[in-house]
Design a protein around this ligand. Structure first.
Ligand SMILES: [Zn+2]
Length: 363
């Protein structure tokens, strides 16, 4: 299988457009036209993981964390990052990272945590701004259906869990073709009036180019009449963190035990203002930036990682902060990615790393 085929599936699932500005998700080492006999999934790419790929004769490693975050100037093996990149290139091993773009989709890293904790009513904790656009296009009625289905196939008309959403209204369009035009209806130099349909769609921002190209291909006019509009709607499917609820409140100390078991780790936490827990906000990895959002949705607890001493004071008697550790909070992401690939490529070898890449040990 070509590495590019696997990447294009992963990018449909977690569009790179959704990654944060500081991130470096994508194909970091290798080329899309390389062949691979399988995929090795890991949270981090260490030298041992590259060795494992070599042993298992696999040419593609998919990790959550990008091995390279910022520019490298030398490749002489002085750091583990350089050694990983050098070893991968020497052995024709590609490395692909699916990082904050997988954090920022409703079905991503945090969905898995919500599922592992048995929470229901799952929604995005901090919906992404400017991730939706409005597309309006004016079409003669003969071509309305084909333009509409072209927009749908390019990913337009998606609103939360609903697909193929559109709005139609009838009206009369007018135009006069200038010199050198060849209008689809009527003739150049004469003002024409045509029964047209106005089609309106909500479009995720990362498919605007695809949608416009598809509409243009299906549209019969030389000059397609259309508008892109900025809208204020927050996307319910894209954004950081997640929130969910237990069917019934559970005792705070029972909850702590359950979290310890689910993540297989010790906890650092601030005391709960209440005896029970029902609404839980989560963010895999470094999530302290979402404390305000967790408070805003009135979560009883906020589970995340990488909290610093002074940041714990921000709980301020209104919420319990639980720090479960960075690796621990994101450990299920390996299953998440592997399950997706196994489902989409059932006859293909999808392996989870046997290397424990957590750099932290507990004594
Ligand atoms: Zn992380």
């Amino acid at each position: 299988m070509k590495i590019g085929d696997i990447i294009s599936d992963l990018e449909q699932w977690a569009p790179p457009f959704l990654q944060e500005s500081y991130d470096n998700s994508g194909l970091i080492v290798g080329a899309k036209d390389w062949d691979t006999k399988g995929v090795l999934v890991a949270l981090d790419c260490l030298e041992e993981v590259v060795d494992e790929a070599i042993d298992k004769d696999i040419s593609l490693i998919v990790t959550h964390h990008p091995i390279v975050f910022s520019g490298l100037k030398r490749f002489n093996g002085a750091t583990y990052i350089e050694r990983v990149v050098m070893k991968a290139i020497k052995n024709d091993i590609a490395i692909y990272a699916i990082h904050t773009n997988l954090d920022n989709v409703h079905w991503g890293v945090n969905a898995k945590i919500i599922q592992m904790l048995g929470l229901e009513k799952h929604s995005v904790l901090s919906p992404m701004k400017n991730s939706l656009k409005k597309f309006q296009v004016y079409v003669p009625s003969s071509h309305a259906e084909s333009v509409e289905s072209a927009v749908f196939s390019a990913g337009g008309g998606k609103v939360s869990a609903y697909e193929e959403c559109s709005f139609k209204s009838n009206g009369v369009g007018s135009f006069k073709g200038g010199k050198g035009t060849n209008p689809f209806i009527g003739e150049a130099g004469k003002r024409e009036f045509v029964e047209e349909i106005k089609l309106e769609f909500i479009v995720p921002a990362f498919v605007v180019k695809d949608v416009e190209r598809a509409a243009r291909t299906a549209h019969p006019y030389e000059e397609m009449a259309f508008e892109w509009l900025a809208i204020e709607n927050n996307a319910t499917l894209y954004g950081a963190g997640a929130v969910g609820e237990f069917e019934k409140p559970i005792k705070f100390h029972t909850f702590l035990e359950d979290v310890k078991t689910a993540f297989g780790t010790t906890l650092k936490y601030t005391p709960s203002p209440k005896d029970t827990v029902q609404r839980v906000a989560v963010c895999g990895g470094s999530g302290s930036f979402l404390l305000g959002a967790a408070k805003a949705v009135e979560a009883d607890v906020f589970i995340t990682a990488d909290y610093k001493y002074h940041q714990f004071f921000d709980a301020d008697g209104t919420i319990s902060i639980l720090d479960v550790g960075h690796f621990e909070s994101e450990q299920f992401t390996i299953d998440l990615i592997a399950d997706r690939l196994s489902e989409k490529f059932p006859k293909f070898a999808v392996l989870k790393t046997e290397v424990n890449t957590n750099p932290i040990q507990y004594y």
